[in-house]
Design a protein around this ligand. Structure first.
Ligand SMILES: [Zn+2]
Length: 419
């Protein structure tokens, strides 16, 4: 496909050369080793293809200057490793090719297909079309434009025109990080199940919904058309270096222990948090949506890839909020429903827990933590499956993953209604 073949390839930034970059499988077999690995990766500012857990190995990408230190540390920590790719560049080109292939199938009968990843314009078209076709239930809003001027769309879905002040709201977003292509279709599929193909009408009786499939359309577009590994947004006004080291990690830009852990002040880093809290228009946009609906916002689910995990606050230090019981109960309800639905389909089910502890690393300035801090009772990050391709999942998995995720959303919403 021409989009894949005309890409200008680079990794992390458009200037860095990935020649001689390697990737390694790592297997931290204990929680202690997982934490040590997390610290090492943070210290060396490395990136992942695939997060490790104590249950399964991860894949870490290492540039040539850090390979020796990285391996020495793994030896010291007694963490098993083996080479994944001797040449990350050709591995990524292969992954891109796999992502763009179109011979997958899906039987989902929606206005948009689920057998391939869609371009930004197709997703925007779908949202416009839903609002146009179903005006009695779906309203399109554009809370802001992105840094590069793309309209960030959200659909407000309600059987009572969003006017029943007693109804709690569930807000689901995806597409936070450019390369997390798989995080978008579960959100459009939720729109499908709440508007086009309603099989759970109780969810509309009990809740109003806000669905935002692309928080970061600039990053997704860049990943889709230019550089599949792109993670951040595309802003270039944070520091004098920003025009050459473009982008901020939007999920490190929120005012919650901002830039204290899991970030880097180096603008080229893939976890650069911006030069101040809410420097990014996309983060400000989300902040405003949270605050505008705060009195009714019961649950916020942010969909990412990957790791087969359902995570809840606090992610900066691993402590629990005073709503941890409810968070865990709803998280487990989601995971149970997803795992039951997908029995035998995937090699690993979802695990549930505190974000920092379950992942094995801490991070600050995240949207879910911020939303919880300002008063949203239930906030979750769902890290979808990635075991067959990391961030670069074959489009054949879109169909089963969106169906499975919907089961989780249904169960989570029903459990949330009892809290
Ligand atoms: Zn993400």
């Amino acid at each position: 496909m021409h989009i894949a073949s005309c890409r200008r390839f680079s990794f992390l930034t458009d200037l860095q050369n990935v020649k001689r970059w390697k990737s390694y499988f790592v297997r931290p077999s204990t929680f202690h080793k997982l934490q040590a690995l997390g610290n090492l990766i943070q210290e060396l500012d490395l990136d992942y293809f695939s997060h490790a857990s104590v249950h399964h190995e991860g894949i870490v990408i290492v540039d040539p200057t850090k390979q020796e230190t990285f391996l020495e540390n793994l030896e010291d920590l007694n963490i098993d490793y083996r080479i994944h790719a001797n040449d990350v560049k050709s591995q990524l080109l292969e992954d891109e090719h796999k992502m763009m292939k179109t011979n997958a199938t899906s039987r989902i009968d929606s206005l948009i297909p689920y057998h391939r990843y869609l371009a930004t314009a197709e997703i925007e078209w779908y949202m416009d079309e839903i609002a146009r076709t179903y005006p009695h239930i779906a309203k399109l809003e554009i809370p802001s434009n992105s840094f590069r001027g793309r309209q960030i769309r959200m659909l407000k879905i309600s059987t009572t025109n969003f006017e029943d002040r007693r109804k709690p709201i569930i807000f689901i977003d995806g597409g936070f990080h450019g390369r997390e292509w798989l995080s978008i279709p579960p959100v459009t599929y939720a729109i499908h199940k709440l508007v086009e193909d309603i099989t759970e009408p109780d969810l509309l009786d009990k809740f109003d919904w806000i669905l935002m499939p692309m928080v970061n359309p600039d990053g997704y577009h860049h990943s889709y058309t230019m550089n599949a590994a792109w993670h951040k947004n595309r802003s270039n006004d944070n520091t004098p270096l920003s025009p050459v080291c473009i982008g901020v990690d939007i999920d490190r830009n929120f005012d919650f222990f901002w830039n204290t852990v899991g970030t880097s002040n180096e603008p080229c880093s893939f976890v650069y948090p911006g030069n101040r809290t809410f420097s990014e228009v996309e983060a400000r946009m989300l902040r405003n949506v949270f605050h505008q609906h705060l009195n009714r916002l019961k649950m916020y689910i942010s969909i990412h890839t990957f790791g087969s995990m359902i995570l809840y606050p606090w992610g900066h230090d691993g402590s629990l909020s005073n709503q941890a019981l409810g968070l865990h109960a709803v998280g487990v309800a989601m995971a149970d429903a997803m795992n039951k639905y997908a029995t035998g389909m995937f090699p690993l089910g979802y695990s549930v827990g505190n974000e920092a502890l379950t992942r094995g690393f801490r991070a600050s300035g995240m949207a879910t933590d911020y939303a919880h801090k300002i008063g949203v009772p239930l906030t979750f990050k769902i890290e979808l499956h990635g075991f067959y391709g990391g961030f670069f999942m074959d489009p054949a998995y879109i169909d089963p993953v969106v169906r499975e995720t919907w089961e989780g959303i249904v169960a989570g919403a029903r459990r949330a209604a009892t809290i």
